[in-house]
Design a protein around this ligand. Sequence first.
Ligand SMILES: Cc1cc2nc3c(=O)[nH]c(=O)nc-3n(C[C@H](O)[C@H](O)[C@H](O)COP(=O)(O)O)c2cc1C
Length: 368
Amino acid sequence: MTSLSMQHLFEPISFHGITLSNRIVMAPMTRSRAIGSIPNDLMATYYTQRVSAGLIITEGVSPSPNGLGYARIPGIYTNEQIEGWKKTTKSVHQQNGKIFIQFMHVGRIAHPANMPEKSKILAPSAIAAQGQMWTDTQGMQPFPVPIAMSQSEVAETIQEFAQAAENAIRAGFDGVELHGANGYLLEQFLNPYTNTRNDSYGGSIENRCRFVLEVTQAVISRVGKDKVGVRISPFSTFNDMPAYSETVATYDYLSQEFNKLDIAYLHVVEYAARATEEGQQLSKTIRNNFKGTLVLNGGYTGTKAEEAITTKQADLVSFGSAFIANPDLPYRLQHGIPLAQPDSNTFYTADEKGYTDYPVSEASAYTA
Ligand SMILES: Cc1cc2nc3c(=O)[nH]c(=O)nc-3n(C[C@H](O)[C@H](O)[C@H](O)COP(=O)(O)O)c2cc1C
């Protein structure tokens, strides 16, 4: 029985032709188990263990060889990858789950040692991110200076997203989420410090948003708006994204454009925005501008998620780290069972340890 205090979180919801059994979304999380960038049986097991989420969003998956900047992240641009993902989608659907794939093109957050031969590290402008990243063969390495994309590379990259979306549907996904958050390629176009272009993709707010919107439109034209969600993270500085004065105006415009495109959902990582009055105001503006399904994320507990849904700040709430150590997270939230804490040492390691070996709670094992 659902406790009265959690009743909204466990209400089903239907939008854009999709019905979810509850309002709990598993947030996208890179877990680096895709050896050779091919999705495998272990990953199918991991996602199926978490199938009681109303919606699962996969880890970031690269739509092209150029987008694969981290070690052991999966792709969706070869037949082998499409076949590999079918194991996950089939298994999740057999258990009546719903699953979207997140497209993460990392842009400049990449290192050649993590990438296939002949791939290129592309970004809006030739500006390296400060800091270092892990490579399996050379340990920690500084971020290299990326190649500033030519107009034809911009067009090709947009087409890669569109093709990947078609591949995703072929692989059995219910839809795709475009990763416009956390400092990867799409956000690199939004931010004037990482995008100093003087063509139609840089400068004004409309120009900086153009790439994100063209990718969204291209994906919609291939698979339909019902199958497309977008993730954003206003005010986040993660992956060396400096704060800029036009943040509010940029996301005000962008959220209005997403509303016109009538995408299936908008997923907002709110951590950074919540910290300031200006950010909180922007969250309200986004809610106001975007009339469709809004997913909020960042540090939610069951109680806070219930409150966000009850007060109509959100339609869905996504949980990230809590899903790592609690495969039966919805059950635990519903029944007030304490949450297990994840071990961050195994977030990005290569095998089942810290991945598929977290048990469900005794009570939910008994119920199952
Ligand atoms: C191990 C790990 C990997 C992550 N990988 C991704 C990713 O691939 N794509 C993404 O959009 N966010 C990623 N995130 C961010 C989460 O989706 C989420 O925004 C963050 O954990 C905050 O939510 P939480 O407080 O519920 O954990 C990752 C987070 C963690 C902990």
